[in-house]
Structure formats: C-alpha cells, structure tokens
Design a protein around this ligand. Structure first.
Ligand code: SAH
Length: 248
C-alpha cells in the first residue's frame, strides 16, 4: 500500500514512521510511505504558505494554492485520484473498522493541516474523507496522520508477521483483548492464572473469552453493548457480577 502524506513538516512524519514494525514493513516492501512538502509548492517568493483569515479571528490559515499543487503533483505522478483524507477535529472519529477499510486501498493521500487549518475551497476540491483521531485539538495534522498510517498499516497483509495477531485483538467483535502474561510464573508475589499453564487449549480459549467480556464490561461498557454474546455468556456475566457484589 502507498501512502502520500502532504505536510509542512515532512521530517517529523518520516522520522516517526521509519522505526519498528512500520519501518520494517516499509523496508520489506509491504508499504511505501512518501511525504510531500507542501512548502515546496508555494509560488510565493518567500515560500509562504499561510495568511490571515478573511473576516478576522485568531491565527493563520494555510492557503489553497500550495495545498492544491502538492496534491496535484501526486495525482499526476501516479495517474489516478486516490481517496484523500483531511485529518481534522471536525471529521468522523477514526476507528479500528476504518483502519481495516482504508487498508483495502492501493493508494491513500493524507493531508495535514497546521495553524488554524486550511482554506475551505481547496478542501472542497480535493478531500474525500474527513477523519479525526479524537475530540481534542492538536497543533497539527502530523500526529493524527501518523496514528492513521500506523493503524491502517497493521491491517495490510504481511505487515504483522503473524496474521493471527491482527484478528484476536481489541475491538474485534466489539470486545477488548483478554489480559496476557509472560515469564516468570510468579512475579512480585503475583502468579499467572493457573489455567494458562494447564495446556488445555479449549479451556484456555473459554477463559480468555470470559476475561475479554469482563474487562470490556468494566472499562468500556459502551462497547460491550454492541458485542454479540451467547445466552450462556450473558448468564455467566450476570452470575459473576452478582458474585462480586456479594463479596463486597
Ligand atoms: N481551527 C481548527 C483546528 C485547527 S488544529 C478547528 O477549530 O477545527 C490544526 C490542524 O491540526 C488541523 O488542520 C488538523 O489537520 C490537525 N488536527 C488537530 N486536531 C486534530 C484531531 N483531533 N484529529 C485530526 N486532526 C487534528
């Protein structure tokens, strides 16, 4: 999959994405992450890319022309118009499901704003998707773009060595992942749950599913409401919670 990131701070994005799993996947050819410096497309002799907003108000706005020309340079080079995501607090909140959907694209353009944002007219012209990484305001779109590239890349076949690890983790089936343990068997007086040492795969699977349900109930009850539980699991959850209440 090919990512094209339009930004005023290409080195920030490039450095953030060239390490660990994503960096290795890019080196192995599963991904290509290209940054495009919007400033290179400024026609202003001082390479200016921002100006005051019409109508007044705080801060500066990125101008339409350099953003458009940076986008067009990509489109002309690859000979098609891929989806173009503007990362913005005004977008739809990005979820694991969106990561999976975007991972099916061959090419994806991500547009990072800065200052107070970008002139609306160029957004209308080039943007296909408005995505937010959460209800807070950051100084720039670089971190959100990196967040999205990371989450999407994990869903591209081959990027996570083990195909399994992408399918049993948090948000699959609207559940959080079960708690996990590694060596030693006892640490700081705390033991690994004995069932995990039993070698009984079916029981381990059932225990993990129950733990996932319990954890989701405690930390993300909103998510659990969307999860599909069997009649048996609902009964088990109710009994477990009753039992806990009585013990308290
Ligand atoms: N004035 C704008 C915020 C500008 S923040 C407003 O009130 O909506 C500057 C840039 O940071 C934005 O153009 C956007 O690209 C990025 N950004 C800030 N917060 C973000 C978020 N939660 N998700 C995605 N992008 C964000």
């Amino acid at each position: 999959m090919n990512f094209y990131i339009l930004t005023l701070f290409p080195e920030m994005v490039a450095r953030g994405l060239n390490t660990s799993i994503i960096g290795r996947a890019a080196e192995a050819g599963f991904l290509r992450i290209e940054t495009v410096n919007i400033r290179d497309y400024s026609t202003n002799k001082h390479q200016k890319v921002d100006d005051y907003p019409y109508g007044g108000g705080a801060g500066m706005l990125m101008q339409a022309q350099p953003v458009y020309d940076a986008w067009q340079s990509v489109v002309e080079r690859i000979g098609k118009k891929p989806r173009c995501v503007y990362v913005t607090p005004q977008g739809k909140t990005f979820t694991q499901q969106d990561a999976k959907t975007f991972a099916k694209e061959e090419e994806l353009i991500l547009l990072c704003g800065h200052y107070e944002g970008i002139d609306e007219r160029v957004l209308e012209e080039i943007v296909t998707d408005y995505m937010s990484i959460g209800d807070y305001v950051l100084t720039g779109g670089e971190l959100p773009a990196m967040v999205m590239v990371d989450a999407i890349s994990r869903m591209v076949p081959g990027v996570l060595g083990n195909e399994e690890s992408g399918s049993s983790e948090s948000f699959e089936g609207n559940l959080l992942e079960y708690p996990q343990y590694s060596r030693p068997e006892e640490w700081n007086g705390r033991k690994v749950p004995p069932i995990l040492l039993s070698g009984h795969h079916k029981n381990i699977e059932q225990w993990r599913r129950q733990q996932a349900i319990l954890l989701t109930k405690r930390r993300r009850p909103d998510l659990l409401e969307k999860a599909e539980l069997t009649e048996e699991e609902r009964k088990w959850l109710e009994e477990t919670e009753q039992g806990e209440k009585q013990r308290r």
